[in-house]
Design a protein around this ligand. Sequence first.
Ligand SMILES: [Zn+2]
Length: 374
Amino acid sequence: MNKKIKTNIIPENYRIKIEPDLNKMVFRGNETIEAEVTTRTSSIHLDSKDLDIKSVKVFQNEIPVYCRFRQTKDGILLLNLKNRVYGAIRIMIEFSGKNNDKGYGFYVSKYRYKGVDKKILTTHLEPIYARYVFPCFDDPKLKANFELSVEIDQNLDAVSNMPVKSSKDTGGKKKLVQFYRTPVMSTYLLYLGIGEFEKKEVYRGNVAIRVVTTEGKTGLSDLALRYTPTLLDYYERYFGVKYPLKKLDLIAVPDFQAGAMENWGAITFREELLLADDGCSPKTKSRIVETIAHELAHQWFGNLVTMDNWGDIWLNESFATFMSYKAMDYSDKSLFSRDHFLEDRYETARVYDAIENTHPISFKADNPIDILEG
Ligand SMILES: [Zn+2]
């Protein structure tokens, strides 16, 4: 969020419905945001980038407040209200957007199966890409609950942070899939994936751990399914806090720029950092277990406890990395994680620190450019 925007509005709940069109690579959406206004105001700023806004309605105590809106070039949706509002308000927005192939926001990832070109839709919202999918208060400290639903073709599957609450036929070969409400969390951790997925699952207590892949790849999910329950056990014991969700999806995405992303309960991975057959090299195995261990650590560091400002992302990343090697060591001594920590991490940090334009560990990131450079 831009420095100039005062956080006088605290979002509490987002109810979002997305209707994608996989063929045209566009989506329609509508949302209701319940928020608390802490300082009396007649102007509200939301983050919204590359979205077409069709309508905006604002209510206070169920009474409509006349509102005009406009979008600025730097990605702000500015609402001007006729009257000043205070306390609980409701904002309803209808919007539409385009799916891109650039690897951020709500994007298209392509693969080939049995000689046919196929695609899935998937999101990557860290650090400031939630605003490309729905108008929001896109700041890690402005946490809220999310109730997500999607209207999709009957043959498609949808995956999000939470388990599916209901799936209803809406006629015309479509279905409405509704997910359970998320815990209070930052916008950058929301996830939505749509496609023809295959899943393989194991249970650890009452938590379903699933590896989600595109077609024909479930045979490569055993390594991840073998290590994940032990890694979860380690973190729960070490942190003294149970993994709070009912399911954990590890999703292999064919095109994914980041190595992996810790979306709460719906972690995404570049395929080669999650999928491997049992005969893979020790190096491949070690790299996959380390990546899973890192992202699982984020389910606590980052997701449950979050930095206020992107400038303190080091807290999130360095602790997740440090913890991942401890968890690996616990899960399998033959991975030699302590040796790898010294070789891969300690030495790499020294090399980076010796570069002339190295930046401080902690810095102030107040606008989108600073955030993306961090
Ligand atoms: Zn990380």
